[in-house]
Design a protein around this ligand. Structure first.
Ligand SMILES: *Cc1c(COP(=O)(O)O)cnc(C)c1O
Length: 357
């Protein structure tokens, strides 16, 4: 054949995920940790990796890592599932709780992966937009109304807290109320909880429908290695086990993540520094004429700026890559800057101040 039959209809109009990653001196676009793992940790990782048998399949469930995470959270391994990054577990969520005739409640603007996964699994999407005039806070009343009662169509929802790319975390009282109001699966995406200092972990025992998603990619400097996990009731984990790819978490990643997790206290000063720099960035941005930063509980600041697309280019020409959301519905006129090192943050502010002068 010199041609190929058309693929699934649902791919029509879909474009492959593009993180808009371009080489730049200061990578401030993907919410990564600006500091790589220390040399000392690297040496520990090297000796752990040396012991990995490359000819053998990995432990499919990464039980050693699972046990470390379970113990730190006061849980059993049956409450934990490791994934190839949080992204894989988000897809597994759509496979297990979505599908034809099923409904996903989305709260845009939010992480775009959620909606794409719904589309790929033929899941219906119900949208309740965040409140643009309240720093993109959740429309709590509308959400509670949509999920309440036996006639609610909602089978699952995913709530990023803090919400990427806008910045606010969800209110604990609201999440608690939501978990009470519905038997839909409620995934609280805590990819950035280390920066917001808020977790739903204390509520796991009370709610069989609560899933907490976490990742090693952000606070723990491991975006390149691909490890994430969920905490949930064993009955829920059991369903995820049915849809997951059996060997998705390779043995090398398991070994690296174990070392990082056992030494996670080492990351604490870096996390503190990022939180301090975030507040400094926001305060400095607010001083620049025409610039309005949104509040953030995470490791980035979303801000509104006139001619955002042009400013993105000026920054890029100066060696600084930020994320351009100016063409995203609901986020027109905004850019998102990931908190970098103090030097990177200064360089970023310098370009904006020059542009405004
Ligand atoms: C980064 C991120 C994740 C997970 O990323 P992985 O690198 O796949 O672990 C999940 N949710 C949100 C909102 C994120 O920003």
């Amino acid at each position: 054949m010199d041609s190929v039959r058309r693929p699934s209809l649902k791919l029509e109009g879909l474009t492959p995920y593009d993180p808009k990653y371009l080489p730049a001196e200061a990578m401030m676009s993907a919410n990564e940790n600006p500091r790589d793992v220390s040399d000392e940790l690297r040496r520990k990782i090297e000796s752990a990796v040396r012991q990995v048998h490359f000819n053998r399949y990995p432990d499919p469930l990464a039980n050693d890592l699972r046990d470390l995470i379970a113990e730190a959270n006061g849980l059993d391994r049956e409450h934990v599932l490791i994934g190839n990054g949080g992204d894989e577990l988000l897809f597994d969520t759509a496979l297990a709780w979505g599908g034809p005739g099923r409904t996903f409640l989305n709260l845009p603007p939010t992480f775009s992966v959620y909606a794409v996964n719904a589309l790929l699994t033929d899941t219906d999407v119900l949208e309740i937009p965040r409140l643009a005039d309240q720093d993109f806070a959740i429309d709590e009343e509308a959400v509670l109304k949509a999920v309440s009662g036996p006639d609610s169509p909602v089978d699952f929802t995913i709530i990023a807290s803090p919400n990427n790319p806008t910045g606010l975390r969800a209110r604990t009282e609201f999440l608690h109320e939501l978990l009470h109001a519905t038997d839909a699966l409620v995934v609280v995406d805590e990819a950035y909880f280390e920066f917001s200092r808020m977790t739903m972990r204390p509520y796991l025992d009370q709610h069989e429908n609560l899933v907490i998603l976490r990742t090693f990619s952000k606070a723990f400097s491991l975006a390149g290695v691909r490890v994430g996990y969920i905490l949930a009731h064993p009955s829920v984990i059991q369903e995820y086990l049915k849809v997951r790819q059996p060997y998705s978490v390779d043995a090398v990643s398991q070994a690296i993540a174990r070392v990082i997790f056992q030494n996670r206290a080492e990351f604490e000063p870096g996390i503190e520094a990022i939180i301090d720099e975030r507040e400094r960035l926001r305060a400095e941005l607010a001083k620049i004429p025409g610039v309005s930063p949104y509040p953030s509980h995470s490791n980035w600041v979303l801000f509104r700026i006139p001619r955002a697309g042009e400013v993105w280019q000026q920054l890029y020409d100066a060696g600084i890559l930020v994320r351009d959301f100016s063409a995203t519905p609901g986020l027109e006129g905004t850019l998102r800057v990931t908190v970098g090192t103090p030097e990177q943050n200064d360089a970023f502010l310098e370009v904006l101040k020059r542009g405004a002068a």
